[in-house]
Design a protein around this ligand. Structure first.
Ligand SMILES: [Ca+2]
Ligand SMILES: [Ca+2]
Ligand SMILES: [Ca+2]
Length: 412
């Protein structure tokens, strides 16, 4: 399996490795896979995509799970208020099925108005086969007189469309991403300084995302519905808003006109790490996944020349981007779990990221493996803080505010 993705991984890793030293001179170091990124998108949190997940259902490999999460860092105390999805945004999954850069199939998810924070929104899911269906979101409920029954009251609400076999979930979940941002940033800064103690900063083992919630949109889809003639499918997540907006008294914005992309996200860290200037991050988000990928080659070349790396490495990175920034999944590689506790290049039979991405895949450790000259290296955070579910949508229920006897959280 590793050999199969060797070229992809090499290019990806080289980009990560050689982009890292530039970060402190031009931008804050990455905060996550794509949480809180470019200046424009960070001011539009409802459209700010954090992560994209794409994997075969471990219970039934004839189905693929596609999930994007947006508007992260929802504190537990706000899980009743920050419940909802914007009715102005189109949440789009772009699927590449022919082996080029152009997406071939699309799934659009939109949400109706929310009249009450206690009532669900109605989502409309448009599928590639021209069919569509509607489903309720999951909203969190006040526990009322039974304060310890919160988790039972707020079970994640899944809708399965009988006509297509597609299942849908939308609502808050625990943020499945796990990563010690501060430790990683300190490590990078010391790498730039050629400080031999850099690895010591990766031993803090603090999950920067622990205890926070995020808005999740997840689909379970029959593989045959989205597959092309080949077995490899590329996935990209995008958010779009109407081009024209009129602000009404009270703040409501009425949109009209064609849809314009606000954010996009596929492979973790491509935009946040590779594209180093904030202006170029804005530009990256504005380009589509099928725009000529060489648009950002100058960024890569600048980075590569800065650290005087070889043409071979440059070409490997350029070769990756020629395929567009997709999370590509080989649907013939069987998957039996969510990747929890597994390590790329260490765990026998590993089938996860960069072959798609499972919720438990330790994407940061995969990147660090290459940064560390093909030797295992991690940030000390090996798993999510919450246990994942055993069935779709697999993500954990949202975090609740701590009870009085719960241990204090340490988020510093
Ligand atoms: Ca295509
Ligand atoms: Ca988490
Ligand atoms: Ca890790």
């Amino acid at each position: 399996m590793i050999n199969k993705f060797r070229y992809l991984i090499l290019g990806f890793a080289l980009m990560c490795l050689f982009a890292l030293p530039l970060l402190p001179i031009s931008a804050p170091v990455t905060k996550a896979a794509d949480h809180l990124e470019s200046p424009w998108v960070s001011k539009d949190p409802g459209a700010d995509i954090a992560d994209l997940y794409f994997f075969l259902d471990p219970n039934d490999n004839s189905k693929v799970i596609l999930a994007m999460d947006v508007e992260g860092f929802v504190v537990p105390a706000e899980l009743l208020n920050q419940c909802c999805f914007s009715e102005e945004i189109t949440y789009r999954f772009e699927l590449e099925t022919t082996g080029d850069t152009k997406p071939d199939k699309f799934i659009d998810v939109t949400f109706g108005p929310h009249g009450s924070r206690r009532a669900p929104q109605v989502a409309t899911i448009k599928l590639p086969n021209g069919k569509s269906f509607q489903a309720f979101t999951t909203v969190q409920r006040q526990p009322g007189a039974t304060p310890n029954s919160v988790s039972e009251a707020n079970a994640l609400r899944v809708t399965t469309d009988p006509a297509t076999g597609v299942s849908f979930y939308a609502g808050l979940t625990d943020d499945p991403f796990f990563f010690d941002i501060i430790g990683f940033n300190r490590y990078v800064i010391k790498l730039v300084d050629r400080n031999p103690t850099a690895k010591g900063d990766l031993t803090r083992a603090r999950d920067s995302f622990a205890g926070f919630n995020i808005h999740m949109i997840a689909l379970s889809i029959p593989v045959d519905m989205i597959k092309g003639s080949g077995n490899i499918i590329g996935a990209n997540a995008a958010t779009l808003r109407p081009k024209n907006g009129v602000r009404l008294p009270g703040g409501q914005v009425k949109g009209s006109g064609e849809l314009v992309q606000v954010d996009r996200m596929a492979t973790p860290v491509i935009n946040t790490v590779l594209v180093t200037s904030l202006a170029r991050k804005n530009e990256y988000n504005a380009t589509t996944v099928s725009d000529p990928p060489d648009k950002f080659f100058s960024d890569i070349l600048f980075t590569f020349r800065f650290i005087r790396t070889s043409d071979e490495a440059t070409n490997a990175a350029a070769g990756l981007l020629k395929m567009g920034d997709y999370l590509r999944l080989d649907t013939t590689i069987a998957n039996t779990n969510l990747g929890v506790g597994e390590k790329f290049a260490v765990t026998p039979g590993y089938v996860g990221f960069p072959n798609g991405r499972r919720p438990g895949d330790d994407t940061i450790d995969t990147i660090l493996y290459f940064v560390n000259s093909l030797e295992p290296l991690g940030d000390g955070v090996d798993t999510n803080d919450r246990e994942f579910g055993k069935v779709f949508p697999f993500f954990a229920q949202p975090n609740q505010p701590p009870r009085k006897d719960d241990p204090p959280t340490t988020q510093f």
